[in-house]
Structure formats: C-alpha cells, structure tokens
Design a binder for this molecule. Structure first.
Ligand code: DGI
Ligand code: FE
Ligand code: FE
Length: 390
C-alpha cells in the first residue's frame, strides 16, 4: 500500500487541501490519502488555534466523506504529546511496516525542513512530496530539493499542483466579515461552520466587556435574560445565536446614568423624544442599539431592533423583539412584578398573549407611580389589544 499523509491544522479544511490530496494520489498512484489534523503542532504552540480540535476534525471528516481512498487519521489529535512529524511517522512505520508513506508538505515547509526536529529521522520513514504551484518558478525548489536529498540522503520529490489560491487564514477572515466562502470550501464544511457558528466573533469577549460595564446585579439580570431568551428562541424557532447576542447587549447602555445617556445621545445624533427627555432612563434602549453596533460590532438589524425596542415594545414586533422584551420581564432574577407566574406560563404558550399581559401590567404600574408614559409603550399596548380582540 502506498499512503499519502496530509497533515495540517485544517482550520478550516478547504478545497485547496482536498485538491492537493487528489493530485498527490493521482500523480503518485497512492492507494490512500490520510488527512491528519494535528493536535499540538510545535510551530504553532503560541498561536491560538481558532476552532476547537473537535470542530477541525469534524470539518475534515465531512470534507473527505465522499472521496475514495481519503481517510481521517486521528493519531496526532489523540496523541497527548506535542506532535513531531518524525515521531508520528516512526509510529506509522512501526504499526504498518508493509506500507510506503508519502509525506506531503507545502513549498514553505521545504525551506523550513532543516529547522524541524530531526529531519534526518523523518526522511528515513517516508518519501516527501513538496507541493508547488505550477505557475511558479521551479528552479529554486529543485535546488533546495537536491540540496536536502544530498544532505539527508532523502527522497524528496516535486508535487505539481494547479494554482489554487486558498488559505484558511483568508477563509476565517472572510467568515468574520460576512463575505462568501462558498467556492473555497466544500458545501458540507460550509454547512458545519454555519451550524456551529465557527469563526464568528467570540461571544466570550463580548460577555466580558458587558460585565465590565455593568454592576454585578445588572449583569446577573443580563445573564438571566440570555438564558431565558435562548430557551424561548429554541421553542419558537428563532435563531438562538441572534437571541443570545440581543439579550447579552440589551442593557449594554444601562451602566450610564440618565444625564450621561442624554449627553451620549446628543453627541451621537440620536433623536430624543419628549418622554425620553423627561425620563432619560428610557434612552438606554436606543443608546444600547447604537453601542451594540458602534462598540460591539453588531450589524444585524434584527438584533439591533430587538435591543432598540426592548423597553417600550412597538407595534408589529418581530419574534425576536418579543422574545427579548418578554425575557427581560420574566428572567429568573425578576421577582417584583405581580402575576409573574402567570406571565411566565404564558411565555411558553403564546408570545402575543404574554406580551399583551406585560404591557398592560407595565402601564398600570407606571400609572400608580405617576411616571412618564412613553407614547410608544401606549401604542404598542393598543396595537396588541386590538390584535387580540381584548
Ligand atoms: O432595563 P431593565 O430594567 O432590565 O428593563 P426595561 O428596559 O424593560 O425597563 C423596565 C422598566 O421600564 C419597567 O420598570 C417599566 C419601564 N417602562 C416601560 N415602558 C415605560 C417604562 N417607563 C416609563 N417611564 N415609561 C414607559 O413608557
Ligand atoms: Fe432595559
Ligand atoms: Fe433588561
């Protein structure tokens, strides 16, 4: 058996990797290509590997699932020690003595090979295929290959590949910025990335930033809204990730006092209504939407709207608007409002009924307190009252 080894971080695996495997198999009549995601690559010890090993592995599994002779090799991932190629290959040689191995490397690695750990031991275990793009000058590579072959008594050969200009770094960058990567990765890998929200902005970072901006009790409330909103999103088939972000950021402007909020709104050119002037605390919703975009980099209008309308609501609320509005009211740390048990029950049964009940209770509460009633709260109430024939 002739076996090609394609090691890599595969973060994510892309069409260039798959194609390289195919070229190697065809040009050198290999029986199998082992795709081997690395666990602890020595040269990347300091670099944060972007997606967890589990995801890198699953993406490879999907990318090669329908390719004859392509095999997922988990040896390095399961190996607890740092992965040195010479050790991995010595292991394969020992376990599969009858196999001939072809270790596939890129052009860059060809020029770094001397700095690897024990290159002289590596070359004893396998043929090395140095991939180069056929639009590049080969002289330099040929010189390096002869040099290394002589120095180590190695069998290094050129592996001609077409010019596929794809890199995992660029794919991660494009995904982060919402650009298309569809012709750079297999469809199945794309689906997997979407399903698991890989390579999008790190929510942990966002969470820490919110935490820093809020008092502890407020942050506890925020986490309660996140949890509740995600449950509701799941039940009502709303994108859970969007609900999570909207919930996390819904009170992100709440750390500022009323006067500060007024000043910020003026500074950022946000309109201030009469009700908001009289009770600047109402501004934290629209200021929150502004900051979610400006400070937290959220562009999604559905998320921004859910934040913008979370205090007053609005007529014709979207499902995510409703979920944030309701979660804000019923999250587990809330215990003041009357009738909470009934409202919590309603949330699981009928979003509109629940919404209406909260609006009604809020207006009643504001009236007893003689507090400013934002016309939008009133309008929202009337809209849902009519809609539900109350
Ligand atoms: O920011 P939170 O305290 O988590 O929640 P929120 O943004 O929904 O604010 C809740 C308060 O908002 C609650 O005490 C009712 C009040 N509210 C809702 N509509 C109006 C309102 N307050 C005034 N003054 N006017 C309104 O129209
Ligand atoms: Fe709020
Ligand atoms: Fe809130």
């Amino acid at each position: 058996m002739k076996i090609g080894i394609m090691g890599g971080t595969f973060d994510p695996i892309h069409n260039g990797h798959v194609m390289l495997g195919e070229y190697a198999r065809n040009l050198f009549s290999l029986d199998e290509i082992w795709f081997m995601p690395n666990g602890n690559p020595p040269h990347k010890m300091n670099v944060k590997i972007q997606s967890q090993t589990k995801h890198r592995v699953e993406m490879v599994r999907r990318a090669i699932a329908d390719k004859d002779g392509f095999v997922l090799q988990l040896y390095e991932v399961e190996c607890k020690d740092v992965n040195y190629s010479y050790l991995t290959m010595q292991h394969f040689k020992e376990v599969y003595p009858e196999c001939e191995f072809y270790f596939i490397i890129g052009a860059d690695s060809l020029f770094a090979l001397e700095n690897w750990v024990h290159p002289e031991k590596l070359v004893k275990t396998c043929v090395i295929l140095a991939a180069y793009r056929d639009d590049k000058n080969t002289d330099e590579m040929m010189t390096q290959i002869s040099y290394l072959n002589q120095k180590y008594d190695a069998d290094i050969r050129l592996l001609k590949t077409p010019n596929v200009d794809i890199s995992s770094t660029e794919i991660r960058h494009r995904l982060k910025n919402g650009l298309s990567v569809r012709d750079m990765i297999p469809e199945s890998v794309y689906q997997y990335i979407q399903e698991h929200h890989l390579f999008v902005d790190d929510l942990e970072e966002m969470k820490q930033k919110v935490q820093k901006s809020q008092k502890e009790s407020r942050f506890m409330h925020t986490l309660g809204v996140v949890e509740t909103a995600m449950q509701l999103a799941k039940q009502y088939h709303v994108d859970e990730r969007k609900a999570e972000i909207a919930a996390l950021l819904h009170d992100c402007a709440k750390g500022f006092g009323g006067q500060e909020q007024l000043r910020f709104c003026q500074k950022y050119g946000l309109t201030i209504t009469e009700a908001e002037e009289r009770n600047p605390f109402l501004l934290h919703a629209k200021l929150g939407a502004y900051l979610a975009k400006a400070d937290y980099g959220i562009d999604d209008e559905e998320i921004l709207d859910a934040i913008r309308w979370h205090t007053t609501g609005r007529p014709e609320m979207t499902k995510i608007d409703k979920i944030i509005y309701i979660a804000d009211y019923i999250e587990p740390n809330r215990n003041q409002a009357p009738n909470l048990d009934e409202i919590r029950r309603l949330a699981r049964v009928d979003l509109d009924e629940c919404l209406y009940t909260i609006l009604k209770a809020t207006l009643a509460y504001l009236e007893t307190k003689q507090d400013v009633i934002d016309p939008m709260t009133e309008q929202t109430y009337l809209y849902y009252k009519k809609l539900l024939n109350k």
